[in-house]
Write a protein that binds this ligand. Structure first.
Ligand SMILES: *Cc1c(COP(=O)(O)O)cnc(C)c1O
Length: 230
């Protein structure tokens, strides 16, 4: 894609993040943009880095590893934003700066086993299915505290916060309700003594609502790169 177009879109995204942060009395500098390059070629990832976006997100492990290996860049932080199968954990651990999709104790154990074997500490977020949607990944809110407690006790894992996806809707109040629920879940856990600074929430369709409700990371694909090629 033309770099000028990416710059233009990035400026527009940044000003929308700033406006949303201002509405909530927040500092926009506390909101990190994760540029989701899934479905786009390696050149798009390269363009993102040229534009100053050093946090890149992918939702599938093989596609991410292909990009990482074709183009190793120490400065880039890769984020796994999609579901992680237990049998893929060994390929993901140590390669992603942050895995956003921890959703079960068994997956935590698989990540821990690999992290211990290669001697790294893996940062993760716990994905929560806030709205209880049948087709969505993520742990149920009622199971969250037990999962966080389990994961926090693993020596090679660092739980950095929570992640959620809102239902696909244009209704701003519905988006905010889901993001506010995730924020509240985090506050409850912080009250129990867990240190969970990160809230990964908000995509192209709903990132302003997420920023208004306290997102520290927004995961943006389409807003930056346009529609994904089929
Ligand atoms: C694809 C994807 C995104 C980015 O989606 P856009 O709507 O293109 O911004 C964010 N988060 C997850 C988990 C994704 O799979």
């Amino acid at each position: 894609m033309p770099l000028a177009l990416l710059h233009e879109r990035l400026l527009a995204v940044r000003s929308r993040v700033e406006a949303a942060a201002a509405r909530a009395g927040r500092d926009a500098a506390a909101v990190r943009i994760v540029a989701v390059t899934k479905g786009h070629p390696l050149t798009t990832a390269l363009d993102a880095v040229t534009a100053g976006l050093l946090d890149l997100g992918e939702n599938r492990v093989p596609e991410a590893l292909e990009k990482m290996d074709a183009w190793p860049q120490a400065a880039v932080r890769w984020h796994l934003v999609g579901h992680l199968q237990r049998n893929k954990a060994k390929h993901a651990v140590g390669r992603f700066a942050l895995i956003h999709s921890l959703d079960s104790a068994r997956l935590a154990d698989a990540i821990e086993a690999e992290a211990g074997a290669i001697g790294v500490e893996q940062d993760v977020l716990v994905e929560v299915n806030v709205a209880g949607e049948a087709q969505k990944a993520g742990c149920a809110p009622a199971e969250l505290a037990a999962l966080v407690e389990h994961a926090a006790g693993l020596p090679h894992m660092s739980v950095r916060g929570l992640m959620a996806m809102a239902p696909l809707t244009a209704d701003r109040r519905e988006q905010r309700r889901v993001f506010a629920a995730l924020r509240t879940l985090r506050e409850d856990l912080v009250g129990q003594g867990f240190r969970l600074p990160e809230l990964s929430m908000g995509m192209t369709n709903d990132f302003e609502a997420a920023v208004e409700e306290g997102a520290t990371m927004v995961r943006l694909g389409t807003a930056l790169f346009g529609e994904r090629p089929q």
